[in-house]
Design a protein around this ligand. Sequence first.
Ligand SMILES: [Zn+2]
Length: 278
Amino acid sequence: MVLFDNHNHSQFSFDGKRASVEAGARSALEKGLGGLCFTDHCDFYVPPMKAAYENLVPEEFDVALQQKEIDRVQALFDAEGADMKILKGIEIGMHEDCHERIREHMGTHAFDQVIASVHYLDGTDPFYGGYYEGKDWNTAYGHYLETIYREMTWLGDFDIMGHYDYVARYAPYPQASILYKDFSDIFDEMLRYLAQEGKALEINTKSYKEYHGRTPVLDKDILMRYRELGGEIISFGSDSHDPGRVGDGFDRHAAFVKSLGFRWSAHFEKRRLVQLPL
Ligand SMILES: [Zn+2]
């Protein structure tokens, strides 16, 4: 089984200073992956509360510089006879205030694959906790899912829906996981859209780690429902921000996905779907 890690951050992401394209690619090679994609952050909207913590705005990256560095490392690997693909990606942070800039950015650059994500909403960054204040778990998770659905159907121009469970990672509630049974209506809409439009559901292995003593799990009912609706495009992403985490948890999650009847893992090259047998 050959897997691609489709979600990695490098030195071109505002929070990727511990990573480099070359170190990430070497780690992927050591771990026997078929390839990896650098999907650096591009968020045109950054909540004011975040700017108060860190001097991080703006969070866009220089696409030309990142792609030039990927070309350099790919040429190095080719010269060494290393059989691995290093793909050019972006993780576009969707936000209703920036539709025009997002559209323009997507129209002026070419990528292998595009992950559509939501990092900031309600003027907050869930990572810092403000998002959860005054919300019970149901409202906090449901509102996040509805926001992704609204924004991704607006965007349309993407390949992979990124970490739908981002909001569960940093949540303070005992309900650590986002489960299909609790949000079946919105999941039906999201999964039907992905299946019909030929877009990938991301298994983001960073979400299934321990945070504040709670460990979210990947709900098999979400995957089963996606399959039932005709979806079969599964993308694995570690969301690594350092080389050590590239491909993290892939063996376990690939076996899980395969046990549910999925036959392929997916990635995109020049925005075209490539599926490899699981
Ligand atoms: Zn992300």
